[in-house]
Design a protein around this ligand. Structure first.
Ligand code: FAD
Length: 497
C-alpha cells in the first residue's frame, strides 16, 4: 500500500462533468487527480446536443471553436408518413448571433468528441486522465477525504481536501454516502447505437413512425464521418441484440426499407429512462456533480449540459476556498445547482411526453440561456438600477469599443478565472483598491472602453460584479463601497494589499 499522495481534489469519473471540472481546476492552478475505471476513453455518441449556454461556458474554458469544429448544426428532420412520403422540418430553434447572445443554436457533437476536446485541453493545462483506476472506498475525517483507488499499480490511498463524485448515474460515491436518489422510472426503454449503414442520405435526421412508441425509429447523421446515431424505444423486458445482425433485424421489423443495410456497430446501449435527483449534492468534503446528482431522459439534450454546468459552478468555488475564502461558499453549490436540475427533470420529462406523441419541437427553453441563480445567497437583493439585469442573472455579452475604436466583446474581458467589476465611469468610480482575483473594467466617462448602445444599463458611478462563471454577483450604487467590500469578503480569500 502506498501512502499519502496529497492532492487538493480527487475527481472520480472522466465523463463530461469530471473533465469540465478538471479543465477549470487546471487553469486555476488547483492540484487534482482525475481517475476513471474504464480502460480508455468512452466511445459512444450518447449526449450529442451542446446547448448555447454550454457553448458560452466552453468559450470561457478555451474550447468552443474546437467543439464547433468537432460538430455541426443540427440537420433538418425528415419525418416520414405511413404512405412513404415525407416532410422536412427544422425542429430546433436556430437563430443568428446577437450582441448579447453569441450562440443561439444548439450544436450536434457526439459525446466522445466533446470529451476528446476537453481531454486535450486538460493536457494543454498540464493535467491528464488516469484510466483503469477505480475508486473502491473512501472516508472523510472532517479535514480531508481519504480515498482508496485501485489500478494496475495496486491499491493507493489518497488524502485529498475534496473528493468529487463525477461517476455517473449509478454513482458509487452517492451510494457510499447513502444519499437518496428519489424520482421515478419513466416506463420507457430505448436503444441508442452508433452504426454505419447504407441506404439513407446524410443531410437530414430521418424519423420514422413518429408518435408510435412501439415502432418509432430515427437515424441522426453524426458529423464528420459515416456514422448515424440510431434511437428507438423498445419493449421494457427481454434481451436487446445490439450486434450488426440484431440491429439489422430490428430495423427490418420496424421499416419495410430493404435498402437500409447495417455495415458496422461502433457502440450501442439499451437503457431505461429515469428522472431522479439526489437529496444532497454535498456531504462534508464530498460533492456530487453531473449524472451522479441527477438523471434525465435524453429528450431535450439536457443531461450533459447540466453536468458541464454543475462543474462550472463548483470549480471556482473550490479554488476560492482552497485559497482561503470562507468554506461556507461551497454550500452555495447545492443551493444553486439542485433547483436547476429539478427544473431540468420537469422539462425533459415533459418533452418525453411530447415525443411519445410525435412532437419533437424544441424551443429556447432547452438553450439554458435563461437559467440563473436569482434568490441565491450569492445574489443579494433585487436592484432597480440594472436595466432588467439582476443579481443571479447570466451576464449578457455586449460589444464595446476599445482604445482604437475597435470592437471589444465583453465576454473576452470576462473570460478567465477572475471576477470582473464593471464600473460605469472612470477609475475613481471603482472606489476600491486593486485586489487579486478581481479585474476592474471601466466603461464610458473617462473609462477604458466605450459602450454605444447602453445595453449594460449602468448609470455613472454604478458597479456590477460579475462572477467567474459569468453570472451577476451583485450591483452597487455610488457610496455602497462597504457593501461591495463585504460581499467580496464572502467569496474571495482575505484581502492582501
Ligand atoms: C444511453 C444514453 C443516452 C443518452 N443520450 C443523451 C442525449 O441525447 N443528450 C444528453 O444531453 N444526454 C444524454 N445522455 C446523458 C449524458 O450522456 C449524461 O448526462 C452525461 O454523460 C453525464 O456526464 P457525467 O460526466 O456526469 O457522467 P458519465 O458520462 O456517466 O461519466 C461517469 C464516468 O465515471 C466513471 N466511473 C464510474 N464509477 C467509477 C469509479 N468507482 N471509479 C472511477 N471511475 C468511475 C465511468 O467509467 C464514467 O466514465 C444519455 C445517457 C445515456 C446513458
Amino acid at each position: 500500500m502506498q501512502s499519502d499522495l496529497n492532492v487538493d481534489v480527487l475527481i472520480v469519473g472522466a465523463g463530461a462533468a469530471g473533465l469540465t471540472l478538471a479543465v477549470d481546476l487546471a487553469r486555476r492552478g488547483v492540484t487534482f487527480r482525475l481517475i476513471d475505471g474504464l480502460d480508455g476513453p468512452f466511445q459512444g455518441s450518447r449526449g450529442k446536443g451542446i446547448q448555447p449556454r454550454t457553448l458560452e461556458v466552453f468559450e470561457d474554458l478555451g474550447v468552443v471553436d474546437r467543439i464547433a469544429a468537432a460538430g455541426s448544426l443540427y440537420p433538418p428532420q425528415r419525418v416520414y408518413g405511413l404512405d412513404g412520403g415525407f416532410e422536412d422540418t427544422q425542429e430546433f430553434s436556430i437563430a443568428a448571433s446577437t450582441d448579447s447572445e453569441p450562440y443561439r443554436m444548439p450544436l450536434l457533437v457526439p459525446q466522445f468528441r466533446t470529451e476528446a476536446v476537453l481531454r486535450d485541453r486538460i493536457i494543454e493545462l498540464g493535467g491528464r486522465v488516469e484510466y483503469g483506476v477505480e475508486l473502491v472506498s473512501f472516508g472523510d475525517d472532517g479535514d480531508a477525504a481519504v480515498a482508496s483507488i485501485a489500478g494496475t499499480d495496486g491499491i493507493q490511498t489518497i488524502r485529498c481536501r475534496y473528493l468529487i463524485g463525477a461517476d455517473g448515474g449509478r454513482s458509487f460515491v452517492r451510494r457510499a454516502l447513502s444519499v437518496e436518489f428519489p424520482g421515478k422510472t419513466l416506463g420507457v426503454r430505448a436503444i441508442v447505437a452508433d452504426i454505419e449503414i447504407d441506404g439513407l442520405d446524410r443531410d437530414v435526421w430521418h424519423r420514422f413512425n413518429a408518435g408510435d412508441m412501439a415502432r418509432q425509429i430515427s437515424f441522426c447523421p453524426l458529423p464528420h464521418g459515416d456514422v448515424f446515431q440510431l434511437q428507438a424505444p423498445i419493449a421494457l423486458g427481454g434481451e436487446a441484440d445490439l450486434s450488426v445482425a440484431g440491429l439489422q433485424a430490428f430495423i427490418d421489423e420496424r421499416l419495410s426499407m430493404p435498402a437500409i443495410r447495417v455495415r458496422a456497430v461502433h457502440w450501442a446501449s439499451a437503457y431505461v429512462m429515469n428522472a431522479r435527483l439526489a437529496e444532497h449534492y454535498r456531504v462534508g468534503n464530498v460533492f456530487l456533480i453531473g449524472d451522479a446528482a441527477h438523471i434525465h431522459p435524453p429528450t431535450g439534450g439536457q443531461g450533459l449540459n447540466t453536468s458541464v454546468q454543475d462543474a462550472y459552478n463548483l470549480g471556482w468555488k473550490l479554488a476560492a476556498v482552497l485559497a482561503g475564502a470562507p468554506p461556507v461558499l461551497l454550500d452555495t453549490y447545492e443551493e444553486e445547482r439542485r433547483p436547476v436540475a429539478a427544473g431540468m427533470l420537469g422539462l425533459a420529462a415533459g418533452l418525453l411526453d411530447k415525443a411519445r406523441h410525435g412532437d419533437m419541437r424544441r424551443g429556447r427553453e432547452v438553450h439554458q440561456l435563461d437559467l440563473g441563480y436569482r434568490g441565491s445567497s450569492l445574489a443579494p437583493g433585487m436592484s432597480e438600477r440594472t436595466n432588467g439585469i439582476q443579481p443571479g442573472d447570466r451576464m449578457p455579452d455586449s460589444v464595446l469599443r476599445g482604445a482604437a475604436g475597435q470592437p471589444r466583446r465583453l465576454y473576452d474581458l470576462l473570460a478567465g478565472p477572475h471576477w470582473t467589476l464593471l464600473v460605469a465611469g472612470d477609475a475613481g468610480d471603482a472606489d476600491v483598491p486593486p485586489r487579486a482575483g478581481v479585474n476592474v473594467v471601466t466603461i464610458d466617462g473617462d473609462g477604458q472602453l466605450r459602450h454605444d448602445n447602453g445595453q449594460l444599463g449602468l448609470a455613472k458611478g454604478e458597479r456590477r460584479l460579475v462572477r467567474p462563471d459569468g453570472y451577476v454577483g451583485a450591483c452597487f450604487g455610488p457610496g455602497e463601497t462597504h457593501a461591495m467590500t463585504d460581499y467580496l469578503s464572502h467569496v474571495l480569500p482575505p484581502y492582501r494589499s
